[in-house]
Design a protein around this ligand. Structure first.
Ligand SMILES: NC(=O)c1ccc[n+]([C@@H]2O[C@H](COP(=O)([O-])OP(=O)(O)OC[C@H]3O[C@@H](n4cnc5c(N)ncnc54)[C@H](OP(=O)(O)O)[C@@H]3O)[C@@H](O)[C@H]2O)c1
Length: 280
């Protein structure tokens, strides 16, 4: 169930004329929290969404105090099939409009597919793919009607890869996000609404621990980008109307290599990068 959490400083639902609101999923840590900070610094009121309410409340208080924006925290588990619809109803029932939708919440299962728990697999795909599409679908009519809006979907550097042994479903879900966002962007031409796919490379967040990637060469040996730099690049790209944002030179080189290397070679390199080394 989605629960309203804390509604810090300014009164809910009261939008000063000309103010815009950004809804950020997965704002309780990592890239999502930094995206929320970057939007608040640009003057956006915020709706912050995640399962953990304490970090959302703390971030909400900090941003309201520092930037004078209105922040509302909403708890939702977006790995549940009905969560996006319920979240949208809760947000809009209070009279909120969403001008910028940031679909950032995501998770990555790491392991051999036939050993994964089927429920966890389904939950990851629901979160990474279905909720993202559902929220986008729900947000767009208002944006198109108002002739202004921005969708920022968090894909990944792996979106450019032909596949990821030991993370096959995660890689495929992120390729979906990139393809979906690019197709949608073309569909939205002339409406005043933009769509941007953010494709971060390995970034320093809790993703690495949560996905059990800390012992893989991918996370041990590549330099991890700070989440703040990733979020800043994303906001700049979105403001400039970019379709795809790949933050950092090293990440752009990886994206290029993923796109243009022969498939068989890329798959072998990915197998090596994703195979854990050393002791736990
Ligand atoms: N870190 C990287 O190297 C990297 C690289 C490329 C792409 N990405 C993508 O970046 C996005 C953000 O990840 P991150 O690196 O910032 O990792 P993170 O620190 O683990 O953040 C993930 C966020 O998603 C939220 N979330 C997870 N499951 C959820 C659920 N079922 N319902 C609602 N919210 C949920 C988490 O909050 P709660 O746990 O409180 O719900 C958290 O706020 C993801 O889409 C990830 O795939 C990350």
């Amino acid at each position: 169930m989605n629960d309203m959490v804390q509604i810090p400083p300014r009164e809910m639902g009261v939008r000063a004329a000309g103010r815009r609101t950004g809804l950020v999923t997965g704002a309780s840590s990592g890239i999502g929290a930094e995206l929320a900070k970057a939007l608040a610094a640009r003057g956006y009121d915020l709706v912050l969404v995640a399962r953990r309410t304490e970090p959302l409340d703390a971030l909400g208080r900090e941003l309201a105090q520092r930037h004078g924006v209105s922040v509302r925290a909403v708890r939702a588990d977006l790995s549940r099939p009905d969560a996006a619809g319920r979240l949208w109803t809760e947000v809009t029932a209070a009279g909120e409009t969403v001008d910028v939708l940031v679909n950032n919440a995501g998770s990555g299962l790491h392991g051999l597919l036939w050993e994964e728990d089927p429920d966890s697999l389904g939950a990851m795909l629901e979160l990474n793919v279905m909720s993202l599409v559902a929220l986008t679908r729900l947000a767009l009519p208002g944006m198109v009607r108002r002739r202004w809006g921005r969708i920022l979907n968090v894909a990944s550097i792996v979106s450019f890869q032909p596949g990821g042994p030991r993370m096959a479903a995660y890689f495929a879900s992120k390729s979906f996000v990139l393809s979906f966002t690019q197709g949608l962007r073309a569909e939205l031409k002339g409406t005043g609404v933009g769509a941007t796919a953010l494709c971060p490379g390995p970034t320093r967040t809790s993703f690495e621990e949560r996905s059990d990637l800390a012992r893989t060469p991918l996370y041990r040996w590549l330099a991890l980008t700070p989440a703040r730099a990733t979020a800043e690049a994303a906001c700049r790209g979105m403001e400039r109307g970019r379709g795809v944002v790949v933050p950092g030179l090293a990440t752009r080189v990886l994206a290029f290599a993923g796109r243009y290397s022969p498939t068989a070679i890329a798959l072998e390199v990915n197998r090596w990068l994703l195979t854990p080394r050393g002791k736990r």
